[in-house]
Design a protein around this ligand. Structure first.
Ligand code: HEM
Length: 258
């Protein structure tokens, strides 16, 4: 038997025969490849999330933080990948956009799973919105709100036996937990950056008022900018400011929610 080859190991024949443009337009190939790359990254994020939950269950917080940092690095490159699509002129996009018919990132089940595993399943308005628009699938239904990173942060704080405020008042006394919580915040920031970059790309390609292929458009995307995976971790900053002698402009909110 011949030794394992690079192509067999990576299943390159299958991978590289999975790009099937439906038009003869040049820019459609990069459109497909970039979307497929994102789906691969989403799949890796979901895989790594499982490892984080398992590390946390075993009390291995440092290992969970290390894995979360990998997810942070993955998501940090998202805006750059979107820039590949930004090299396309809107006029060229319209040459094949019609052929997409109703196909839209709105239907990305893995992206929803990433949002749910991060914590948005606790937001009833988010879930209701997906139900109403017909994008709530059986697979998503199976993802329980409690199996999320947001809930995992709460459990970790409980296990520490102190409040979140206490951890942020004395971070050096709770280094492992504090590091993990800050890595969660980094990840939350990266996903905000992805939403902002994706919104800009949509505005650049189809404008700020046009309907998307999924029937929503940039106004809908602007609305999703309000999501935060870890509202408590944002809110606690207000407390830190007050403890440091600062004043609040209004009630502490933890970022807007839908
Ligand atoms: C030419 C490039 C792109 C344009 C013009 C675009 C446009 C849009 C628009 C207008 C929406 C809102 C739903 C709709 O009306 O269809 C949307 C949703 C979405 N798109 Fe894109 N998009 C592009 C590239 C991408 C890429 C590369 C990805 C990577 C997977 C992606 C993932 C998503 C996701 C996940 C949603 C749902 C967002 C949410 O519900 O929060 N899009 N896109």
């Amino acid at each position: 038997m011949s030794p394992r080859s690079y192509g067999d190991y990576l299943k390159l024949p299958q991978l590289l025969s999975s790009q099937s443009p439906i038009t003869d337009e040049h820019d459609e190939m990069q459109f497909i490849v970039v979307h497929q790359i994102f789906e691969l990254w989403f799949s890796l994020i979901l895989f790594e999330m499982k490892a984080i939950f398992s590390s946390l269950e075993q009390g291995e917080v440092r290992s969970a933080t290390r894995t979360l940092k990998r997810i942070d690095k993955i998501t940090a490159i998202f805006p750059h990948y979107l820039q590949v699509l930004g090299t396309m002129r809107p006029q060229d996009f319209h040459l094949f956009r019609g052929a997409l018919e109703g196909a839209s990132g709105l239907q990305s089940e893995q992206f929803r799973e990433v949002e749910l595993v991060s914590g948005l399943g606790e937001e009833s308005a988010y879930v209701e919105g997906l139900r109403k628009s017909g994008h709530w699938t059986e697979k998503l239904e199976k993802r329980l709100p409690e199996d999320s990173l947001r809930v995992a942060t709460r459990r970790l704080i409980e296990r520490e036996g102190v409040s979140l405020e206490e951890i942020y008042a004395h971070p050096d006394d709770h280094v492992e937990t504090h590091d993990f919580l800050e890595a969660c915040l980094d990840y939350d920031e990266r996903m905000q950056e992805w939403r902002a970059a994706h919104l800009r790309l949509a505005e650049r390609m189809i404008g700020s008022g046009a309907l998307g292929t999924g029937g929503m458009g940039a106004p809908y995307l602007r609305g999703t900018m309000r999501f935060r995976f870890f509202p408590d971790l944002w809110k606690v900053r207000d407390q830190v400011t007050v403890s440091g002698g600062g004043k609040l402009a209004g009630p502490a909110s933890g970022g807007e929610k839908r």
